[in-house]
Design a protein around this ligand. Structure first.
Ligand SMILES: *Cc1c(COP(=O)(O)O)cnc(C)c1O
Length: 404
């Protein structure tokens, strides 16, 4: 039997046609398709403006830089995430303050509250596996008088906001819903990733969703960020190629974070069919896993729908009750030997060499460790057929029952 891969992208004729159209159009880097993709993303998320960028990581770093995060500042990050979330904070020279997560894999708001100091500039929650964080609680926390009075603004944007910024990492959660609203419009700023393994892909890419409160002008910030994400150049390459428009200026030493029209071409096709097609298929797979595994007393089914929240069904995080990390590893070996690719999302960051050597200790994040030690991420993707889902379930059940 053919092995079942973990997360191949869905690259069908429609995407190929749109990419070829771009290749033949005479314009392949940032241009009209990026602009259209940004407009469609704004309408989709219900936020105020969108800047397409070269990756989710680039989007996160750009926004930390925009807010003026620098040496001496602290940014609160969940211990349980992909390394991009924390690395961008290190790039800015600020200190990463890890906090533990809850049983649902998302940042613990009480732990966030305890971690806030006079140096805290940003909270960076992650909608892990596609399930939105507790945004009502997080947004209320940063508005509280005693929390606001601790906030020491150092830049113009920090003064204007007058409180900690909530910058959410929605790399997994495009299309996830909280109280009837989609990610993008749930916090001040949200960043999507369109990396090849994500729900909606442009091979590499990302987007910054601007949703800043008054008196910020999100359209003006968008224009500024377009320049900042392209070397601080006063004109982009597309505008410069128009006859007579050759002269330009550099207003600051910006970054090279722009998205190409080739990437946007994929994104336009992906976004158009995302809700009716991609999310429907993913939900179907989640439901199939949940229904099958809930028959086993050893299985712990992840929360993916609640009264307030609907997941974007990114990865299915099955946990096995009461097992050790070593047993989990043996189960994964067994599953892999039987031709099914599974994964672990994620190894908590305090366990990684760089962060460990910088003084972070996994003992301080017991829930993150427990989630990690017992988790097996199961494949979820558009082309995973019902027959393949059945094989994944059978293989996992046999591997677990052989090892516990
Ligand atoms: C993938 C991912 C990112 C980074 O996205 P890129 O587009 O690859 O830079 C950030 N955070 C999380 C949680 C991710 O899984």
């Amino acid at each position: 039997m053919k092995p079942i891969p973990f997360s191949p992208p869905r690259m069908d004729q429609k995407i190929i046609d749109e990419v070829i159209d771009t290749l033949k159009s005479g314009w392949i880097t940032t241009g009209p398709k990026v602009k259209r993709f940004e407009e469609k993303l704004t309408a989709y998320g219900g936020h105020k403006s969108t800047l397409a960028v070269s990756s989710g990581s680039a989007g996160l770093e750009l926004m930390l830089r925009w807010f003026g995060v620098q040496e001496g500042d602290e940014v609160i990050v969940p211990a349980y995430t992909y390394t991009a979330t924390a690395n961008v904070v290190v790039h800015c020279g600020a200190r990463v303050v890890f906090v533990d997560v809850k049983d649902d894999f998302n940042i613990d708001v009480q732990a966030v509250e305890k971690a806030i100091t006079e140096k805290t500039k940003v909270i960076l929650p992650v909608d892990l596996a596609g399930f939105p964080c507790d945004y009502d609680e997080l947004n209320a926390l940063v508005q509280r008088t005693e929390i606001k009075s601790k906030f020491a603004a150092r830049t113009e944007n920090q003064k204007m906001l007058g409180r900690i910024l909530v910058l959410s990492d929605a790399a997994h959660s495009v299309g996830a819903v909280y109280n009837g609203k989609k990610t993008g419009s749930l916090t001040d700023i949200t960043v999507y990733s369109f990396h090849a393994v994500k729900n909606l892909t442009t091979a590499e890419g990302g987007a910054v969703c601007l949703n800043l409160p008054e008196p910020f002008d999100n359209e003006e910030i968008y224009k500024y960020l377009r320049v900042k994400s392209l070397h601080g150049q006063s004109k982009d390459a597309f505008t410069k190629t128009q006859a007579g428009a050759w002269r330009y200026d550099v207003v600051e030493p910006g970054y090279k974070f722009n998205m190409t029209d080739i990437a946007a071409a994929m994104g336009l096709v992906e976004l158009e069919r995302y809700d009716e097609d991609m999310l429907v298929r993913r939900k179907h797979i989640f439901d199939a896993y949940a229904n099958s595994f809930s028959k086993y007393s050893w299985a712990q089914i992840p929360e993916y729908e609640s009264k307030e929240k609907i997941s974007s069904y990114h990865v299915f995080l099955l946990r096995i009750k009461g097992i050790s990390e070593e047993t989990r590893d043996r189960i994964i070996q067994d599953i892999s030997d039987n031709g099914v690719a599974v994964n672990v999302h994620f190894i908590p960051l305090p366990m990684m060499t760089y962060y460990r050597q910088n003084g972070y200790d996994m003992k301080n994040f017991p829930v993150s460790y427990d989630n990690f030690a017992r988790v097996i991420s199961l494949p979820v993707y558009y082309n995973l057929t019902d027959e393949m889902v059945g094989r994944v379930i059978k293989t996992v059940v046999e591997a677990v029952e052989n090892n516990i």
